[in-house]
Design a protein around this ligand. Structure first.
Ligand SMILES: NC(=O)c1ccc[n+]([C@@H]2O[C@H](COP(=O)([O-])OP(=O)(O)OC[C@H]3O[C@@H](n4cnc5c(N)ncnc54)[C@H](OP(=O)(O)O)[C@@H]3O)[C@@H](O)[C@H]2O)c1
Length: 275
């Protein structure tokens, strides 16, 4: 019998991460899906929901504690995967967040620094530390893939009004009247610049690991109704966000090799996102 692929999804207990675990669990292919979660209680509750939503599966889903901002947690996870499975076939770097709202509430230098530091620590630094730690296990796979969940908001082309800009993005980038201080605008300056940084991280890992046969991608899942930013899924739906299952299905396609021709790029549902 073929070995089950071992897939780790960070932030797998909710939102797009949960939908990724669910899409893999519902696949006709067989996986061991490691549902990464900061809290094992949250993972256990999410697995109960999953098993009530998907009643037949070729796969197993296993809760695993991971806080990507905590080096001890990363090391424990690394040792656990090494001792139980000896390799990792796909790493889905999904855990991430937007902390711009905190900066709007406290627009002082200290508040701005804190929001930027938290956002970059989570979306860039910690994602890189986890990836770096797990590379030896990834190199033991016969078909290794690394995915980084980025955003449409990371696109330099879209932000600068380039040819790839969609009407949704245009609406999100109204021109801002002259004068200082600016009236509060729904800016995502820390989030979007951290995700542009994440795109560069992906390119660097693609370059480092290309000759090792590792396929590396960014995934741009689209605007989806999750807890991102803290407004809650219902509010995001009112703003036009779609069902997070779309993100899970896109990520599954990439994990299953259907988008291998796009390795080293930012993959979205329509094709490839402009840088
Ligand atoms: N929703 C969108 O429209 C959208 C669009 C583009 C990209 N994305 C990206 O998609 C990814 C998933 O976000 P989401 O929309 O599903 O948001 P979400 O519902 O807020 O889920 C975020 C997940 O990340 C986890 N997380 C946060 N900090 C962590 C840490 N330090 N260590 C480990 N896990 C941590 C959260 O855990 P807890 O449950 O413990 O908080 C949660 O599981 C993010 O990278 C986000 O930037 C989202």
């Amino acid at each position: 019998m073929a070995q089950k692929s071992i897939i780790l999804v960070t932030g797998g207990n909710t939102g797009i991460g949960y939908e990724t675990v669910k899409a893999l669990y519902a696949s006709p292919d067989a996986y061991v899906v490691l549902m990464g979660s900061r809290s094992l209680d949250k993972a256990d509750a999410a697995i109960k929901t999953l098993q009530s939503e998907v009643t037949e599966s070729q796969s197993e889903v296993v809760p695993i504690q991971i806080d990507i901002e905590d080096d001890a947690s990363i090391e424990r996870l690394n040792k656990e995967i090494e001792s139980k499975y000896g390799r990792l076939d796909a790493l889905v770097n999904n855990a991430g967040g937007s902390h711009d709202a905190a900066m709007r509430e406290n627009p002082t230098p200290a508040g701005i620094r804190e929001a930027f530091d938290h956002t970059y620590s989570l979306n860039v630094t910690s994602t890189n530390v986890l990836t770096h730690t797990l590379v030896p296990l990834i190199l033991k796979s016969s078909g290794p893939r690394i995915l980084f969940v980025t955003s449409g908001m990371s696109s330099l082309d879209a932000c600068s009004g380039g040819s790839s800009i969609s009407s949704a993005h245009k609406a999100g980038l109204p021109s801002i009247p002259a004068g200082w201080p600016k009236q509060p605008v729904l800016s995502q300056i820390a989030y979007r610049s951290s995700k542009t940084g994440l795109n560069m991280l992906m390119l660097e890992w693609q370059r480092f690991l290309k000759e090792d046969g590792v396929k590396v991608f960014c995934i741009s899942p689209g605007f989806l109704a999750t807890n991102l930013g803290g407004m809650g899924p219902e509010k995001l739906k009112e703003m036009g966000a779609k069902d997070p299952s779309l993100g899970g299905l896109l990520i599954r396609e990439v994990v299953e090799g259907k988008r291998d021709a796009d390795a080293g790029k930012v993959v979205n549902a329509a094709g490839v996102q402009a840088w």
